[in-house]
Design a protein around this ligand. Structure first.
Ligand SMILES: NC(=O)c1ccc[n+]([C@@H]2O[C@H](COP(=O)([O-])OP(=O)(O)OC[C@H]3O[C@@H](n4cnc5c(N)ncnc54)[C@H](OP(=O)(O)O)[C@@H]3O)[C@@H](O)[C@H]2O)c1
Length: 298
């Protein structure tokens, strides 16, 4: 292990807990959490509230990171709608800017986990990083504002636009994929969109690639897509799961985005990963990833 320190914010979150593990293969990891320590407790965990600037600064001084992987956020479209706007802005934008400034002042590299949802969903498939930006939700808008703050503040930065993540949650976290898997095993009918296109990426594979990028000093000053290789709807992801896990695909309940009231209509935010590949980083296929997940190989 190197003597460099990687700080993970949101270290008890869905992705954060995978990042703790993946980064620990290359770095000494310090993991910040919010309400619950979960697995972050095993990685020099410390509670840090992103709503309190002094808390961020004091904990940063203690951590003395060489690289910061910033995942802490009000992290979904639904969650951002239910919280006061000011709070979402403070956590997703203001705290991100504060952290960016601390990185710049202290010579730390900053890696930021943005989202595919910053793109307009009506521009076709496999969007590259120069594609039109048009966030349709408060979540996506504040994530994009976080990107902009980082681009303006930190020289040694990597802004990653993450695709829809899937897998099994560690330490009491869970996600749509696990809910779908459990429903199918219990003979229930999960509702899945047929008309929204993403390039889904397994959680463990996202963490593996982010750890590779964190250790690659040439991956700097860039904004790049971090997604899977295949363009799939959630329904098609369900079909792949049924095929591999020998579950009953007749239970999958096809649903249209249009049928869900007040949902931002993001039809196609599938992403090109050519810029990622140019850094020598390659995602696993959906089939290999699902086999890893079902075989506890993560
Ligand atoms: N999951 C996806 O499919 C996906 C796709 C694209 C991009 N992303 C991005 O990837 C990152 C990680 O996503 P995720 O799915 O792992 O989300 P997550 O499980 O919700 O993790 C985010 C973490 O941020 C923490 N947090 C929230 N408010 C905070 C505050 N005031 N102070 C400190 N920490 C706070 C949360 O802690 P508490 O729960 O204890 O409040 C949570 O552990 C996010 O930035 C998200 O925007 C995710």
């Amino acid at each position: 292990m190197s003597s460099l320190t990687a700080l993970v914010t949101g270290g008890a979150g869905l992705l954060g807990q995978y990042l703790n593990r993946a980064l620990a293969e290359r770095f000494h990891v310090v993991s910040w959490y919010h309400a619950h320590p979960r697995d972050a407790a095993d990685y020099d965990g410390e509670p840090v509230d992103f709503n309190e600037e002094s808390s961020i600064e004091e904990a940063f001084e203690r951590a003395t990171p060489d690289v910061v992987v910033h995942t802490a956020a009000i992290s979904s479209v639904g969650a951002a709608e239910t919280q006061p706007r000011r709070y979402v802005y403070d956590v997703n934008v203001r705290a991100t800017e504060r952290l960016a400034l601390l990185c710049e002042l202290n010579g730390a590299r900053m890696i930021y986990t943005s989202t595919d949802l910053v793109y307009a969903g009506d521009r076709g498939s496999f969007l590259d990083e120069s594609s039109k930006i048009s966030p349709l939700s408060i979540y996506a808008e504040t994530k994009y504002m976080g990107e902009e703050k980082i681009r303006r503040t930190v020289e040694d930065r990597l802004v990653l636009r993450l695709a829809l993540l899937y897998g099994f949650g560690l330490g009491e976290t869970t996600c749509h994929f696990e809910t779908m898997y459990q429903a199918l095993r219990e003979g229930e009918r999960p509702k899945l969109f047929t008309d929204q296109w993403r390039t889904p990426l397994a959680l463990h594979d996202a963490a593996r690639m982010i750890a590779e990028l964190a250790a690659n000093s040439e991956a700097t000053g860039k904004t790049i897509n971090l997604g899977g290789k295949e363009r799939l709807s959630r329904y098609e992801l369900g079909e792949r799961l049924c095929d591999i896990a020998d579950l009953n695909a007749d239970l999958l309940d096809p649903t249209r985005m249009n049928d869900v009231p007040d949902l931002p209509q993001v039809a196609d935010v599938s992403m090109s990963i050519e810029a990622l590949r140019s850094l020598g980083v390659e995602p696993k296929s959906v089939e290999e990833s699902i086999r890893d997940i079902l075989g506890n190989n993560y």
